[in-house]
Design a protein around this ligand. Structure first.
Ligand code: AP5
Length: 228
């Protein structure tokens, strides 16, 4: 029968590779990708109220206030496509208060993936990151250079990707990460993110496939029980 849609959270320090892995996860599992960073950047470039409120925080590398981000995420999660296809939450929750908001709404993932990458690598990844504003694709000047000169010419740099701001984002991440872990400790999977992106994805792929299979098996045995 039809399988229950997957619900996945991916977390990790700035530049640990969340966005990069999410592109690959979406391609294979068809989940609705909900990235708070992407949603906020879209609000910012559209010049909305939310964008204007978030701008100062984002450009200086600080967290946007919980109530703004939580309203945005819960609205997005409640849409039909997320319920039907399953979801992949990227960059949320980032504080204990955010995790508690989801718990209150009974929104829990099947698996909580944490990408683990050493600090010095993270800084190099951020400082070399480039984004394609047309496709949203993530590049890196040395690790993943653009495919063509045309793409190269339109790539942009995020204002919060300077070395100084990355260091402060990293510190903010560390202050919060520990407090969130206990909420998801029973479904937490740490993945070594300091490898080739395909190697990282291979591990995530097998974790998600296993969770998906467990869901299917659980539903099958429920069906057997209810038919007897
Ligand atoms: P957000 O956009 O979520 O930023 P982040 O968490 O700092 O994560 P990044 O987007 O920097 O990195 P990533 O892990 O996606 O890495 P990527 O794949 O791009 O948030 C931005 C801001 O929005 C926050 O600072 C805050 O102000 C606000 N915000 C967002 N959510 C919020 C929330 N819940 N509450 C409050 N405020 C919130 O990869 C990075 C680079 O490395 C790329 O160049 C990539 O090509 C390269 N790379 C990736 N994988 C590999 C690999 N395996 N090997 C070599 N290079 C690699």
């Amino acid at each position: 029968g039809r399988s229950e849609p997957l619900k996945v959270m991916i977390s990790g320090a700035p530049a640990s590779g969340k966005g990069t892995q999410c592109e690959l996860i979406v391609q294979k599992f068809g989940l609705v990708h909900i990235s708070t960073g992407d949603l906020l950047r879209a609000e910012l470039s559209a010049g909305t109220d939310i964008g204007n409120k978030a701008k100062e925080y984002m450009n200086s590398g600080r967290l946007v206030p919980d109530e703004i981000v939580t309203a945005m995420v819960t609205e997005r999660l409640s849409r039909e496509d997320a319920k039907e296809k399953g979801w992949l939450l990227d960059g949320y929750p980032r504080t204990l208060a955010q995790a508690e908001s989801l718990e209150r709404l009974n929104i829990r993932p099947d698996i909580y993936i944490v990408l683990d990458v050493p600090d010095e690598i993270l800084i190099d990844r951020c400082v070399g990151r480039k984004l394609d504003p047309l496709t949203g694709k993530i590049y890196h000047v040395t690790h993943f250079p653009p495919e063509t000169e045309d793409i190269k010419a339109r790539l942009i740099t995020r204002p919060d990707d300077t070395e100084e701001k990355v260091k402060s984002r990293l510190q903010i991440y560390k202050q919060n990460a520990e407090s969130i872990l206990p909420v998801y400790s029973n479904i937490m999977k740490k993945v070594d993110g300091n490898r080739d992106k395909d190697a990282v994805f291979a591990e995530i792929d097998s974790l998600l496939s296993r969770v998906q299979k467990e869901e299917q098996d659980a539903r099958k045995s429920e069906a057997v029980i209810s038919s007897t």
